[in-house]
Design a protein around this ligand. Sequence first.
Ligand code: FAD
Ligand code: DHY
Length: 491
Amino acid sequence: MGIRTGEQYINAVKSRKPEVWLEGRKVENILDEPVLKQAVIEIAKLYDLQHDPEYQEQITHICEETGERVNNAFLVPRSYEDLIKRRTAFEAYAEATFGLMGRSPDFLNVVLTSLYSNAHFLEKYNPQWGENIRDYYKYIRDNDLFLTHAIVNPQNDRRKSSHEQKDMFTHLGVVEETVDGLIVRGAKFLATLAPVTDEVIIYTFPGFQPGDERYAISFALPIDTPGLRIICRESMQDGKRPLFDHPLASRFEEIDALLVFKDVLIPWDRVFLYNNVEAANLLYPKTGIAQQPSHQSAVRGLVKLQFAAEVAARLADSIGVDAYLHVQEKLGELFQSVETIRALLHAAEYEYETTPEGEVMPNGVTLETIRGHMPNMYPRAIEVMQILGAGGLLLSPTGADFESEELREDLDRYYVGREGISGVERVSIFKLAWDLCGEAFGQRLLQYERYYTGDPIRKKAIFYNNIKRNSKFDMVDEALKVGQLKELSNK
Ligand SMILES: Cc1cc2nc3c(=O)[nH]c(=O)nc-3n(C[C@H](O)[C@H](O)[C@H](O)COP(=O)(O)OP(=O)(O)OC[C@H]3O[C@@H](n4cnc5c(N)ncnc54)[C@H](O)[C@@H]3O)c2cc1C
Ligand SMILES: O=C(O)Cc1ccc(O)c(O)c1
C-alpha cells in the first residue's frame, strides 16, 4: 500500500475498538471524544502532507524492495545524504506541529527501522526473533501504521527490580507460554497517544537484573487487542475551548496513558525477545534504538525551541519591552540556545558514524549533548516567556469578550500594544505564550522535554562516566609539567 492519506488513518481509527478509559468513562468512539479527536485531526494532516506535491519529495521516497512510496522514517540510512533525507521529513512533521507533538508517527517508525536493520542482534539469540522483527517492520512500513510505545515500569518502588515488587505482576511480565504464544500480565507506562494509534510496541532498555527474566520481553500488538486496557491521564483541556483562546492547547495535546495487560496473548510471530536478561539489557546499545530516534527528537526539539524563542520575542516586541537591555539579553540567550542546538544537529549529521553493517547514524556523543542541553534550554525559554509577559499573561480576555459589542471599544483601547499592535493582536500573542508557559498543556510540554527519553540526570552521569572511561584528562598533566616539584627522596 505505501503512504496513507489522512482519511485512511482516520478510517483506521474509526474501525478499531481499543479499551480506552478517560476520566472514569469507557470511551465508545475515539472520534466522539473532543480531546482525542483533535490529536487524530493533527496526525491526519501529517499523513496528508505525504501526498502534498510541495512536501512529498521532502518526506517520502520510493522503497527499493516494494517499489512503493514510503515515509523517509523507514529509510535505513547508508550515507550522509540519507540522513539529510530523513531530517527533511522530520522537519516537515515538526514544523507542521511547531515541534509540540513529540510522538508523531515518525518517532517510532525510526525505532522500528533501527530494530529491523539490526535484526541480526536478535537473530543471534533466537532466529525467530530476527525474522519476526523483519516481518513486523515490513508490515508497518507497507501499511504506513502509527505506533505507540510503553517501555517504562510504573513508578511503584524504584529501589526494587521488577521481580522484587510486592506483586509479581505489577510490572508487565509473562504469566505462561502456550502453543499460540505468551500470556502477559501487568502494566507499562507512559504510552503517549495510545488511543489514537494503530499498534503498540513494547521493548526493553538496560536495567534488568537476574531474576527479571519474565519481564525481559519485547513484542508488538494491535492497539485494540482484547485484554489491553488503556487508562488515560486526566486531559489537560476539554478539547472544546476556542482556538482563539487556546491556539496550541486546543490542537496539539498528546494524551498519555498507562497500559494494563490483562492476560493478553502475544502470538509467537509478534515476540521479538523473551526470557533473556542479557539480550534485554543489550537491545538498546546494540540496535541503535536510542541513537536513530534521537535524530527525530533533535530535529523536533530544535523546532520547538525556536518556536518558544519566537513567541517570547514577539511577546516582548508587542508591548515594547524589548527596548530594554535585560530583555534583549534574555532573548539573545534564547536564540543562542536555538543556534547551539542547530549547530549540534548539523555536527551530529556531518560527523556521522557507520556500523560494521554499513548503517549510518548521526554522531551519538553529539546527539546526547543535545539531549543533555534541551532539559535546561527549553524550561529556560518558558521561564523567560513568563518573566517578559509578567502580569499581562494572566489578564487576557477571551475571544467571546472581543465579540461583545459593548466591551469591544474598551478592549481595543486598553489591550492595545506598542504602536502598530492592536488589542486583538497583542492578546493573541499573549494567549499563544500562555498555552506554552502557563497552561497545564505547556507544563506537559516542558516535562516532555525533560523525560521523553529517560531520566536526564542519569543520562548526563552516564555521559560523564563514558568520557572518564575514554580519557585520562591528560592536558592537566601537560599543564602541571612545568612546575613539578622534585620527588622527595629518603636516600
Ligand atoms: C510527557 C511525557 C511523555 C512520555 N512519553 C512516553 C512514551 O510515549 N513511551 C514511554 O515508554 N515513555 C514515555 N515517557 C516516560 C518516560 O520514559 C519516563 O518519564 C522517563 O523514563 C523517566 O522515568 P520515570 O518518569 O519513571 O521517572 P523515575 O525513573 O521514577 O525518576 C524519578 C526521579 O527519581 C530519580 N531516580 C529514579 N531512579 C533512580 C536511580 N536508580 N538512580 C538515581 N536516581 C533515580 C530520577 O532522577 C528522578 O528525579 C514520557 C514521559 C513524559 C514526561
Ligand atoms: O532512553 C531511555 O532512557 C529509555 C526511554 C524511555 C522512555 C522513552 O519513551 C524512550 O523512547 C526511551
